[in-house]
Design a protein around this ligand. Structure first.
Ligand code: MN
Length: 193
């Protein structure tokens, strides 16, 4: 088992809510929707935060290069602490000196379907994450179709995100470079304030 903590207490511990506009995690909400988002985050190093709504929180990974829609491309994803549901469409500036300081843009949003199977049945997503492998079908504005997430190093929280081979796979498109704008405000990261 990983020694790392990924729960919502860890989220609050890292942040000073007098200094950042990010939502504070209060009691866990009972979430039954299956929303996902990618947030482009201009922190000390640029990355895309991948968030999946599950059991009242957002399961989260930081993906340095963001999602690819080319099935031949593997993208490193670093597991981060669970975020509160209200974070799913957060956009704004995390001030200097705070955890994750920098601009955040809602790069994509939509819903997902857990398609992880075990013995011919859909496996619970939380269990699949704990086991280090899951499959989701995304229906976003920029990103859609199946994605596989596989843990490669538990101690470092390292996973790989790979596009599954389906109709939405396309080696010619690269939306992280050609579609940089927010799906919430239409702004680029530079324009966020
Ligand atoms: Mn981030």
């Amino acid at each position: 088992m990983s020694k790392k903590q990924y729960n919502i207490n860890e989220y609050n511990k890292k942040r000073n809510f007098n200094a950042t506009n990010e939502p504070k995690a209060t009691e866990k909400k009972s979430g039954s929707q299956n929303r996902f988002s990618f947030q482009k985050h201009g922190a000390s190093s640029l990355h895309y935060d991948f968030r999946l709504e599950y059991d009242g929180v957002l399961k989260s990974w930081a993906i340095p290069k963001g999602p690819s829609i080319d099935k031949r491309t593997k993208r490193l994803a670093i597991r981060t602490e669970d975020h509160p549901l209200d974070y799913i469409d957060f956009e704004g500036v995390i001030p200097e000196g705070n955890y994750g300081a920098g601009k955040v843009l809602l790069w994509d949003k939509g819903t997902y379907e857990n398609i992880t199977q075990e013995d011919g049945n859909i496996q619970d997503l939380g269990k699949a994450i704990d086991n280090g492998h899951f499959l989701v079908k995304l229906a976003g504005e920029k990103i859609s179709g199946g994605y596989a997430m596989t843990r490669i190093n538990d101690d470092k929280g390292q996973w790989l995100l790979v596009k599954m081979d389906d109709d939405e796979a396309d080696g010619r498109r690269n939306p992280t470079s050609t579609e940089p704008k927010s799906v919430k405000s239409g702004k680029t990261l530079e324009e966020i304030q």
